[in-house]
Design a protein around this ligand. Sequence first.
Ligand SMILES: [Zn+2]
Length: 312
Amino acid sequence: MTGILTLERSGREATLPSSVAPRALCWSMIVISDRRCLDYVRPGHPESPARVARTLDLLETQGDISIDWREPFLATDAPIVRVHSPEHLTSLSGGVDFDADTPALPGISEHARRSVGGALLAMNCALDGHPAFSLLRPPGHHATPERAMGFCYLNQVAIAAMEARANGLRVAVFDFDVHHGNGTEEILHGKTDVLYVSVHQSPCYPGTGRSSRGNCRNFPMAPELPRDEYRDALSMAWDDVVQFRPDLVAVSAGFDAYRGDPLAQELLEGEDFESLGRDLRSLAVPTFAVLEGGYSTDLPDLVLGFLRGWEG
Ligand SMILES: [Zn+2]
């Protein structure tokens, strides 16, 4: 079989389906993770290992949904340098902090490559007919072609979207993290056959996404917006995704628009993330998601609700 995309995994090659047309969707939920992503920490930093550790603990012991677990591979340079400069890739091993939010921690280059590998594997699974969620850290949607920032080093969702586009797919990226995915927008802006849609608090970090431009549709939402209004914006954003008629949907799944999140001031409830999962399911288009933000101690329950809605 000649795959449309070829991915390296543990020194072997895994191929995606030979046809752009997705296989019949089936609803075993694939979750991609690896506890090695817990091995870096900056004490006091909100993007902590405990976020993912506690989420893994819950997903491994819950009985609500059936999970097919997979391990990510380390992404090679080729898909990364389609999006990031070689100089940026080299800088991840340089040992110099990028900013106060984004320290140069030991091994961060490998951790970031693993997050990219998780996104590429999730994409691979989606195109093979399985919904897939990559539960790894670091997150990625603030990383620009030349710069690590906002806890993000490599932009895994944009790398995966551009990999799919390079192979002829029409891709929509749906970003419901409460922060604007400035890096994703910078990478995808002006690209044909790609749509970027983001719903985010504004004003808030990183200060971008105040208006739409071209193929990037932004829904900036005032802090402490009534929950119904925020949900309406999510519905409108999702309608944009549906109307784009994508071959593939990539989701930047951040859970920090939750009312209990310490890094933003929006008011979503847990059931709203379950509703977002149901939206993904309703489209019946190959879809994968990657973890972005979400800093509340309730993150494990929010992720489980999202996957429950998605699995149906
Ligand atoms: Zn965020």
